[in-house]
Write a protein of this length. Structure first.
Length: 401
């Protein structure tokens, strides 16, 4: 699948920005025009290096310099920086396999060197811990962040990777909230995570066979807190504006008083605006770091008001009402669909249960289904019709909201 096809699919799926790593053979200007063609904006890119190998440091530095220069040409101010995956931890992911304190010290030393090169290009590097790398567990992440000056290295967490490595994403992000400048969002099945640990699955088995990753909201990483806190944050801004505070000062109040992870995201808005980015664009980038419709609504409202003016307190008041109504509607849909889901589960499970009971009571009676050609044909037909029925019921009771 070509890059044009992939980009079109992202745009059609509702994305407004994509991770901006300029493809090989294309310069930053051409890639920026390519994204504009699809109505997409660049989001912070990703730079990976083997910081545990000093022999390749010169090559890594040059690659980082070129990558950061392209990021700056795209108008970005942050980039994710990560240790590349190692064979030892690919084989045993998320458990801190083969930990070596001296190696971690070398990783930190080389990471700081490369981070300085990136900052010289006007880009702020954000540490991105990754399962399968030498910066994987909570203790390793804290060691790196504590050892490096916050001004030299920010934090770009992914709650999914943190959760898979058995870290507490909320606690870790809260402790380093002042350093969070960008984030990736993934969701994880806790049962699949534990299964991978128990079976000692490698990275590819864990993500492919065991399906550790899942769609946002379908796993066990807590993202609900963001949706619950956002309407309250908007209300705080509305009250601040009505009291005479400028919009930026009202956002500062949200950053100071809101719970995580909302606090870190609004701090990122403040920091981005402080280095010269227009407030409307800084708010619009909230969706890049937190790809939720509610975050997109907030960014759009601020951006439109900044360009066209109008009664901001009224616009944000209406937005707060919309966000609360969306939350109520989602909860109402979930409650109303529970009966249908239970009925679908019972109806779908009845045929195999009856078949099992008949087999246990009179096996010679039902064995004709797999010993006689006509029975085999009937069995295939039953499986097809049951599959179609389950598919239709699933489509009827699952709501995208």
């Amino acid at each position: 699948m070509g890059s044009s096809r992939r980009t079109f699919m992202k745009q059609a799926a509702g994305f407004t920005a994509v991770q901006a790593d300029v493809p090989e053979g294309m310069d930053a200007a051409a890639y920026g025009a390519f994204l504009d063609e699809f109505g997409l904006r660049p989001a912070p890119g990703y730079f990976g290096g083997f910081f545990d190998k000093s022999d390749d440091l010169a090559k890594t530095i040059e690659a980082a310099k070129q990558h950061a220069a392209k990021q700056a040409q795209l108008g970005l101010t942050e980039v994710m920086i990560a240790q590349r995956l190692s064979p030892q931890r690919i084989a045993r992911p998320a458990v801190g396999a083969d930990f070596d304190a001296d190696r971690l010290s070398l990783v930190i030393e080389n990471l700081v060197t490369v981070a300085q090169i990136i900052r010289a290009e006007g880009i702020q590097p954000c540490l991105h811990p990754h399962v399968g790398s030498w910066i994987e567990t909570e203790s390793e992440i804290r060691t790196v962040l504590d050892a490096v000056d916050p001004a030299a290295l920010s934090f770009g967490p992914d709650p999914g990777h943190l959760f898979w490595a058995n870290a507490d994403p909320v606690s870790l992000i809260t402790d380093y909230r002042d350093r969070v400048r960008a984030a990736h969002l993934k969701d994880v099945h806790a049962a699949a995570r534990e299964k991978s640990r128990f079976e000692v699955s490698d990275y590819r088995q864990a993500t492919g066979k065991n399906h550790v990753w899942t769609e946002l909201g379908r796993g066990d990483v807590d993202l609900v807190g963001v949706l619950k806190a956002l309407p309250d944050a908007v209300d705080v801004i509305v009250r601040g504006i009505k009291a005479g505070l400028p919009l930026f000062e009202s956002i500062k109040v949200v950053a100071a008083d809101s719970p995580e992870p909302l606090r870190g995201e609004f701090l990122a808005i403040i920091e981005t605006q402080a280095i010269g980015m227009p407030l409307g664009e800084a708010c619009a980038r909230l969706f890049d770091r937190m790809p939720l419709p509610e975050a997109n609504f907030f960014g759009i409202v601020i951006a439109i008001q900044q360009k066209s003016g109008g009664n901001l307190s009224e616009a944000l008041g209406n937005l707060s009402k919309v966000l609360r109504d969306r939350k109520k509607m989602a909860e109402k849909i979930q409650a109303m669909s529970m009966e249908a889901k239970a009925s679908a589960g019972i109806i779908g499970s009845l045929p195999p249960i009856v078949m099992l009971l008949v087999y246990l009571s009179t096996p010679e009676y039902i064995s004709l289904l797999w010993t006689h050609p006509t029975g085999q044909l009937m069995l295939v037909g039953c499986v097809i019709w049951m599959s179609l029925g389950i598919f239709v019921m699933k489509r009827m009771i699952n709501f995208d909201f």
